[in-house]
Design a protein around this ligand. Structure first.
Ligand code: UT7
Length: 334
């Protein structure tokens, strides 16, 4: 019989440096009022060059998650790291976490699915546990956006949204057949790949590594058609949440806590209103961290757990939407 996968430990790490909307006002033509009204964000964290990396933040989050689980790096059988901002173009950053944690020579996989990255990673980890191939899987989402953003007025539509940070979850099998990850649901629609994209370095420019690319923020920094992303997000979030509920013969009333990818507080509030979920049943921390893409769900889940908002027996719904487009959900009986 297939096993059920349980999250046995959670942890997160965010850089110390707080960047408020007022700090951004000094770099570009924007305002605290605009940012808060459109996104709900008050501040975000930015890494310190030379101090933090995607791998180092992921490692710190992982240490906390392993501690919470009462496990050590030696117990880890497989690492999955989701990021859109890897430390190197290649290799992936998962191998760097393996090195930093001093984990034995287990497999390390990087996932490139942007805002949905953590849920894709979670679903992969879930399959390895379910089949009995691995006993303990470390799943990490870690991002450094601040290093690649256009911090001039030209980039303001994107730059004010994103922040840095990392979150991690430790997965293990459970014998309680009614608990753990009930199902995961993954989707993509490459037709919209260019609606939220970083073009370089890549193969869509005449020269992959042209030095002049670095001087052109439209090549090296994220480009987003915000309105299109917003419109698709509010539809897909709901679709994929209902898909998860239907797959388990459940209804929205059964959700104890919805932890959406922290894309924009307005997106979350739109879904919350449509689904008639009270504030106590939806988790938001975007106000403090901005959108940390693959790191946003594990950071939020880790904080929600610390704050006592996830309890034994709760039905937790995770959902994400972002660049790709990709979108995904997971339903977990805690
Ligand atoms: O994680 C998943 C991926 N991302 C998302 O889910 C984001 C989805 N999209 C959004 O959250 C919103 O589209 C944004 C918050 C990015 C933008 O909000 P919007 O209401 O769609 O604004 P807009 O891009 O249509 O711009 C409205 C106006 C424009 O000025 P004009 O042309 O009306 O004069 C922009 O130039 O606001 C201006 N603007 C800004 N003004 C001050 C754009 N960015 C800023 C800014 N500060 N940071």
């Amino acid at each position: 019989m297939l096993k059920q996968t349980k999250i046995v430990g959670l942890g997160h790490y965010v850089p110390e440096t707080v960047v408020t909307n007022h700090d951004l006002e000094k770099m570009m033509d924007t305002s605290d009022e605009w940012i808060q009204e459109r996104t709900g964000i008050k501040e975000r964290r930015w890494f310190t060059y030379g101090k933090e990396t995607v791998a180092s933040m992921g490692t710190e989050a992982a240490k906390k998650a392993l501690d919470q689980a009462g496990l050590t790096p030696d117990d880890v059988d497989f690492i999955i790291l989701a990021t859109l901002s890897p430390d190197y173009f290649f290799p992936g950053s998962g191998v760097l976490v393996q090195e930093k944690l001093g984990i034995k020579e287990v497999g390390a996989l990087d996932v490139r699915n942007q805002c949905s990255g953590f849920l894709y990673a979670l679903s992969i980890g879930d399959q390895f546990i379910k089949t009995g191939m691995y006993k303990t899987v470390l799943v990490i989402g870690s991002e450094i956006h601040s290093h690649g953003l256009d911090k001039t007025t030209k980039g303001r539509g994107v730059t004010v949204i994103f922040g840095d940070g990392a979150g991690a979850a430790v997965l293990q099998a459970t014998d309680e057949s009614d608990k753990g990850i009930l199902s995961t649901h993954l989707h993509s629609q490459g037709k919209y790949a260019k609606e939220l994209v970083v073009i370089g370095p890549g193969n869509m420019t005449p020269v992959r590594l042209d030095a002049s690319n670095a001087e052109d923020p439209t090549i090296m920094a994220p480009i987003m058609n915000g309105g299109t992303v917003f419109k698709h997000a509010v539809t897909r979030f709901q679709e994929v949440i209902y898909e998860a509920l239907e797959a388990n013969s459940m209804a929205k009333e059964d959700i104890s806590l919805l932890i959406p990818h922290q894309a924009n507080l307005r997106i979350t509030q739109f879904i919350q209103k449509k689904m008639e979920l009270g504030n106590d049943r939806v988790y938001s921390n975007i106000q403090r961290y901005g959108n940390t893409t693959a790191a946003s769900i594990p950071i939020a889940m880790s904080e929600a757990y610390q704050e006592g908002r996830i309890k034994d027996g709760d039905l937790v719904c995770l959902a994400a939407f972002g660049s790709g487009f990709t979108w995904a959900s997971a339903l977990i009986r805690w």
